[in-house]
Design a protein around this ligand. Structure first.
Ligand SMILES: NC(=O)c1ccc[n+]([C@@H]2O[C@H](COP(=O)([O-])OP(=O)(O)OC[C@H]3O[C@@H](n4cnc5c(N)ncnc54)[C@H](O)[C@@H]3O)[C@@H](O)[C@H]2O)c1
Ligand SMILES: [Zn+2]
Length: 377
């Protein structure tokens, strides 16, 4: 694959490549239109084995598994069948995981062979965990097909399933051998889901890239669902932003919590709204609320708060929540990130600069109250 800077007119199909360093070696994230057709070539370079198995949900499998498998076969892999499960978060559980593991065993995949996780974040998480567990760990190539999976879940090596007690409670760190993100797949993502995932894109821009934030505010990504050049650039930049954080903190001990920007209040909104609002929309609202409360405390400038709200609103995402503050605080108290009697709250100080503040639950209640205001000029 060609590095970003080498992309030239001589090679119009060059993919943008973002390397990610981990304690167990480097993997590359390849982003661009048509990347799926080069999955086999990428996998060949990243994995020693001769056989592979594609894991996907039924919706994504119907759209993209044939192309993926054809590319793998062309690169010399023997495709040892396909494992699918019904689309949606409800499948991300131990029962599906068990079926996938039995499916890999029935196909006699070896340790050197390859699992291909083709789909959104649910597929990436559960197929990644299956790969981490099968024979104590076999190679996985992540092929994210949703915007959220491209900019967030496929990078960083976290895998998980949900338990009855809560989301993502059983998992492992298992880094992919490579990631292949074909922005052409985004054309079939339902528009509302695409919009929702823009919440995480805005979050990344607030974390690390003021010019991206302002560009997105002026021209929201929701208007560029079919603009392959822009999608490639924005997805690759998001991957770099997440990469920079996870490289510095692979096992989530410190800096990685900054990726939770907007998530503390966002998770409470998500739980309290009983899944009527998507995760990205809740994060967007949480981001605006924490920015507003931070401005009131002198932690964040009015300019930064205004730019965040403008970008969120431009994407048609919520900038606040009208749920009662007491309701949100009740859910906040259950947040698994809570340790002792306080919460680590990620606070935007400026665009491109965040800090983690330890706040008590009482202070958090006041932050939620102050954050609930309307968008101001
Ligand atoms: N591992 C991590 O670091 C991490 C980070 C963030 C989120 N996540 C996880 O990611 C999951 C959410 O991801 P998601 O929003 O991608 O959900 P998802 O995988 O359920 O995909 C959403 C829906 O879109 C469909 N879809 C995906 N790609 C498509 C395409 N190209 N065309 C048409 N339909 C398509 C899927 O079939 C599904 O119905 C959650 O389970 C969350 O916990 C993990
Ligand atoms: Zn998130």
């Amino acid at each position: 694959m060609t590095q970003t800077s080498d992309k030239s007119e001589k090679n119009p199909d060059a993919l943008e490549t973002v390397p990610v360093r981990t304690s167990t070696g480097v993997y590359e994230v390849h982003v661009g239109p048509g990347a799926l057709g080069r999955l086999g070539e990428v996998a060949r370079g990243a994995c020693a084995g001769s056989r592979c198995c594609v894991i996907s949900d039924e919706t994504v499998a119907a759209l993209y598994a044939d192309v993926a498998e054809a590319s793998l076969a062309e690169a010399g892999f023997e495709v040892a069948g396909r494992l699918t499960f019904p689309a949606g978060e409800a499948s991300k559980n131990l029962a599906t995981l068990s079926e996938l593991l039995e499916g890999l065993a029935a196909r006699e995949l070896c340790r050197d062979d390859l699992v291909v996780a083709l789909g959104g974040g649910v597929t990436g998480d559960i197929a990644g965990l299956a790969a981490a567990l099968y024979l104590r760990g076999c190679a996985v190539v992540q092929v994210p097909t949703s915007l959220l999976a491209m900019v967030d879940s496929s990078v960083g090596g976290k895998t998980a399933v949900d338990l009855a007690a809560g989301k993502n409670l059983a998992g492992a760190f298992w880094r992919p051998a490579a990631v292949v993100a074909d922005v052409r797949c985004l054309a079939t993502v339902p528009p509302e889901l695409f919009r929702d995932s823009c919440g995480e894109v805005v979050k990344h821009a607030v974390l690390a890239d003021p010019s991206l934030l302002d560009e997105l505010a002026a021209r929201p990504l929701t208007q560029s669902r079919l603009d392959e050049g822009r999608l490639t650039r924005v997805v690759a930049r998001n991957v770099q932003i997440k990469r920079d954080v996870v490289e510095a903190d692979e096992r989530e001990r410190g800096l990685r919590q900054t990726l939770n920007l907007g998530h503390t209040i966002g998770h409470a909104i998500e739980s309290a709204s009983e899944l009527s609002l998507g995760h990205g929309s809740c994060v967007a609202a949480g981001l605006c609320m924490v920015a507003r409360a931070s401005e009131a405390r002198g932690w964040c400038s009015a300019d930064a708060r205004r730019r965040i709200e403008r970008c969120v609103a431009a994407h048609g995402l919520p900038t606040t929540s009208d749920l009662p503050a007491e309701t949100l605080v009740r859910y906040l108290a259950h947040d698994k990130k809570r340790h002792g009697d306080g919460v680590n709250l990620v606070v935007p100080e400026d665009i491109g600069r965040v800090t983690v503040r330890r706040v008590s639950l009482d202070e958090l209640a006041r932050i939620v109250e102050d954050g609930r205001g309307e968008v101001r000029p």
